[in-house]
Design a binder for this molecule. Structure first.
Ligand code: GUN
Ligand code: FE
Length: 441
């Protein structure tokens, strides 16, 4: 395979920057280049240096756009692409009125495959190159999810939701079938290409103690897998969980007692936490996931980013489609910024872009593969146009610093600001699922 070279303004992160002056934390190259081959990054640096290394490389000139690591969405629901923007309820009613009925349609493999195509088209058009997703209870939804990811060569994490109560019959498994089906899916998909499996008990309300025990057995037997669930999103949810698990000291205590908390555990929302739960998060290194657009949409509450960071608890940020209201990690940062403003917490634009790239990759333990532009990592790259709309262009006429530009992207940007998305070195934004298939390999 030939070398390909992308020319543009290059930005990536070594660590979480304190601000623009913290130049040890990030790398910014005004006339930069990324050299790629076989899906990997081979060189990064000043354009003249990198171009000299591969004089026969095919060059794509993205100037004046920014080149960054592809965005990572750490909590999303693939079967909810047709639930997004459903009016009028908070969490439990929203699940019963909109989400569960929609997820029953994923019983059909044909429906799963059609929705997977749309799902990946949406992720890529918004600059997201890796996501961690809940699939439906049906194994066909997981097969469609990972098959479509493999066709596009994407690094994706996901798993079958386990739920055996408080949901429609058509959506429930049993402790044994939930275990057996998850196990079979792990064997089939985990480690295949760029796929990672996540053991996925939906949340405490929809699993019996027997199922939680089986989920814990899976976690013990498969330490290579991720674990994902929901935690303390909504007050009614927390009260119902306390009724269902009267012996647990608190919500997180349920997951703790079944052995579900590991450094690879992702806990969606984690809003209304008790001091003991925060201690347990710090001890177990299970990771809270901030879902700002969803938390505002369902009226769930305000995530305490600074409070968790002060306890050395690293958290991730995510869309939570379909309770989330945008596929865009830029719009997710926009709403996240406002949620933190309501608590007088500051989010610097460099920290924001670190969060959706390297920060999320570190939470996943995958920063040696994705989330940066380091040589040897996978060539998942997003190309950002900070003048994509008239409003952005006008504002950019008065922007003087990199941080100002990033903030314009974060507050005003969406899929229109994504000029291109590269997955394993291939341009994917304008390639629909069907054409990706036709062009195949
Ligand atoms: N808690 C349990 N299931 C869900 C879900 O699908 N979305 C959200 N936002 N919270 C949940
Ligand atoms: Fe969720």
């Amino acid at each position: 395979e030939k070398y390909t070279l992308l020319r543009g303004r290059v930005l990536d992160f070594h660590s979480r920057p304190e601000g623009e002056a913290d130049t040890a934390a990030y790398r910014y190259i005004e006339d930069g280049a990324i050299l790629m081959k076989d899906g990997k990054i081979k060189a990064v640096g000043a354009y003249c240096d990198v171009a000299a290394k591969a004089t026969d490389a095919a060059v794509t000139d993205h100037r004046p756009n920014l080149l960054m690591a592809g965005f990572i969405d750490t909590h999303v629901h693939f079967p909810q692409v047709q639930v997004i923007a459903s009016w009028g309820s908070q969490l439990l009613d929203w699940l019963n009125n909109y989400t569960f009925p929609e997820e029953t349609r994923f019983e059909s493999p044909v429906h799963c495959e059609a929705m997977a195509g749309h799902f990946y088209d949406l992720l890529l058009s918004h600059g997201t190159t890796t996501a961690v997703s809940f699939c439906s209870v049906h194994t066909a939804s997981v097969d469609a999810y990972f098959s479509e990811a493999a066709r596009r060569n994407m690094c994706m994490i996901g798993g079958k939701v386990m739920m055996d109560r408080n949901a429609p019959d058509a959506l429930t498994d049993t402790p044994v079938s939930g275990y057996d089906n998850s196990k079979a899916l792990i064997d089939k998909w985990h480690g295949k290409g760029r796929a990672h499996y996540a053991i996925t008990p939906r949340f405490a309300i929809t699993s019996t103690p027997e199922q939680m025990e089986m989920a814990g057995a899976l976690v013990a037997e498969h330490p290579e897998c991720f674990v994902q669930t929901h935690l303390s999103e909504n007050h009614d949810e927390i009260a119902f969980t306390a009724e269902l698990y009267p012996q647990a000291p608190d919500y997180l205590g349920v997951y703790e007692s079944y052995g579900l908390l590991t450094p690879k555990t992702l806990l969606g929302h984690s809003i209304h936490l008790q001091p003991r739960e925060i201690e347990v998060l710090a001890e177990t290194q299970a990771k809270p996931v901030f879902c700002p657009t969803s938390n505002l949409f369902l009226g769930s509450g305000l995530f305490d980013d600074a409070g968790l960071r002060s306890k050395n608890i690293q958290n991730a940020i995510a869309t939570d489609i379909g309770a989330g209201t945008s596929y865009s990690m830029l719009q997710t940062l926009n709403e996240g910024y406002k949620v933190l403003q309501l608590q007088n917490q500051k989010l610097h634009p460099l920290q924001a872009f670190h969060w959706i790239t390297r920060g999320n990759a570190e939470v996943l333990g995958l920063a040696d593969r994705i989330g940066t532009l380091e040589v040897g990592t996978d060539a998942d790259i997003v190309v950002l146009n900070s003048r994509a709309t008239p409003a952005m262009d006008l504002r950019m006429q008065c922007a003087e610093t990199l941080s100002e530009e990033l903030f314009v992207l974060q507050m005003l940007g969406d899929d229109r600001a994504i000029a291109e998305t590269y997955v394993a070195g291939k341009a994917m934004k304008h390639t629909s699922g069907k054409t990706a298939l036709a062009e195949g390999a």
